[in-house]
Design a protein around this ligand. Sequence first.
Ligand code: GLA
Length: 412
Amino acid sequence: MIRFPLSWTRLWFLENLPNGSKRLLSIIYQDMEGQIRKTFVSLFETEPILAFAPGRINLIGEHTDYQEGFVLPASIQFGIWSAVQKNQLPYCRLYSIDFEEEVTFDWQAFSPRKGHWSTYVMGFLAQLQQAGYKFEGFDMVIGGNIPVGAGLSSSAALSVSIGTALSALFELNLSKLSIARYSQNSEHQFAGVHCGIMDTYASAFGKAKTALLLDCRTNQHEEIALDLGEYSVLLVNSNVKHSLADSAYNQRRAACEESVELLKRSFPGIKTLRDLNISDLPQVQKILPESLFPKAKHVISECNRALVAAKALNEKNLGFFGKLLKESHQSLSKDFEVSCQELDFLAEKAWKFPGVLGARMMGGGFGGCTINLISKSKVAPFLEELSSSYTKEFGIIPSFISVEIGDGAHIF
Ligand code: GLA
């Protein structure tokens, strides 16, 4: 067997053959680290500092982070690399390998352009400025291999990678938590999504073969060893992204905050929905209007599921863990209403498939991936079955991403 360096990554596809049959195709992506370093040296004729930050999956604990609840993410082998060096110039020069585009800006007077990749560099610099850190002109090359639109938090990885590189370059000694927080703030201010801390935290703190049981109130985590034995984590990308995703995300967050205000009269002292338990649900239902109760119920029950799921992993009870994945999907779909027919289809098919212990939609919702816990021996027939039934139903070819849990952000 050929062994590839960790920065070499692998994607699985089902390829249609001319005779109508299909075969499993594995694509090995190139050595990103080497490519980024080489590009930097050829553009700027000096050796860079190189940083990496990964994307993330979330095993369970969805739409709980912004209510200070519990989540169980893990950092993956795909990520973003940033090569950086000081340039002694009044401006910064950025180059994106993925967009094949160069951007130059005055580092003393800049305004981030919403929706553009360079926003993440300027957004992070704006956070540094606000916090009183000093920096100067630099050159940067950015590139990555996170499958686009899959909901693997490529923007969090981008921002954490930039922050890790800049902290090393200007000897700022930023803690991982500061990098995660500045990245989250930058997303709030310049990308307009009021996301929680899960994505940037997982990218900064992740550890190989480990999930993080993160308490989004204390911003501290417990490491949960991911020992899946003969099972593996397989993502199925629906390859849809419904346009309401960002606005619906902000609306769900606002609905949770409204519920907390209404509940405070009967539950004095609560700060967020995280402060309530499953046993409080009957009373919560009496207080909240019909439009809000199911959403609050999701957050309260999902926080509990994340804790129970971490315990199941610790006890190597994968069957029970899989059951919780299914419950999580049902809650996200029926109560929180952030799924869509494509994700429901993929999850429901997976639940019926022999060898799948559990499956659910992952991330913000309205598209992106399902996460599946599947026996390694059943991956090939599963791909075949989902590929043909999903394409038949929606006319869209799904893609499959085999996930390995790698280390969080670091400098090489
Ligand atoms: C997105 C956000 C996260 C989190 C998830 C839902 O990924 O960026 O902060 O809220 O959705 O769990």
